[in-house]
Design a protein. Structure first.
Length: 202
């Protein structure tokens, strides 16, 4: 069975990357919002290890991705176990959607940042948080679909390229799009610009 989890010695690249982001956020001096967001982000990272959150997300992603697979006959989803079987000419390959592939890390990062983003009201944060969570889940499902289609077309040797490059680029591109509309564009539109006068004005 091929799992999308890549680890060595119990420490994986995701843990190192996430810990670094958390430490940078917590060390942001002079900016209480960033410090608070960093603390919430770190708490979210710890909470994400809870299997009660990871497994349901893996099941949802597997079910969404398996819908297209069932229609095309390219792959089959056993969403109860978070597993997808891809048919290739050389045989079948199984993909296990585990902690790192469930999207829980990305969801917690998004929710933690949104919770302390004061451009929105509390009600707007709740609504945007729910919609954003569904968007991330859908984006992750599209990533899994892309990986499965590539493996189906090009065979098992294409797994590394499909997972490491194509899938990640697609998911990150969709994530950047989400962050642009939720954070960047909103900040630009709603930012308060103070008035100014020239020195000669009375």
């Amino acid at each position: 069975m091929v799992s999308e989890k890549e680890s060595e010695g119990g420490i994986n690249d995701t843990d190192i990357r996430m810990d670094h982001i958390c430490r940078v956020a917590l060390r942001s001096v002079g900016d209480p919002q960033k410090r608070a967001a960093g603390m919430a982000f770190y708490m979210g990272k710890l909470w994400a290890f809870c299997p009660y959150c990871t497994q349901p997300l893996a099941q949802v992603v597997a079910a969404l991705a398996g819908g297209l697979g069932k229609l095309t006959g390219m792959f089959q989803s056993y969403f109860k176990y978070g597993v997808i079987f891809v048919n290739t000419r050389a045989g079948a390959i199984s993909l296990l959607i585990d902690f790192e592939c469930s999207g829980i890390l990305e969801i917690m990062a998004f929710v933690a940042l949104l919770a302390f983003f004061r451009a929105y009201t509390v009600y707007e944060r709740v609504v945007v948080g729910i919609l954003g969570t569904f968007y991330i889940i859908l984006a992750n499902a599209l990533r899994i679909i892309a990986i499965c289609v590539i493996i189906y077309v090009f065979g098992m040797p294409s797994y590394y390229v499909a997972h490491t490059f194509v899938g990640r680029i697609l998911f990150y591109a969709l994530s950047v799009l989400l962050y642009f509309f939720v954070f960047t564009k909103t900040q630009i539109i709603r930012q308060k610009v103070g008035g100014f006068t020239y020195g000669t004005d009375k």
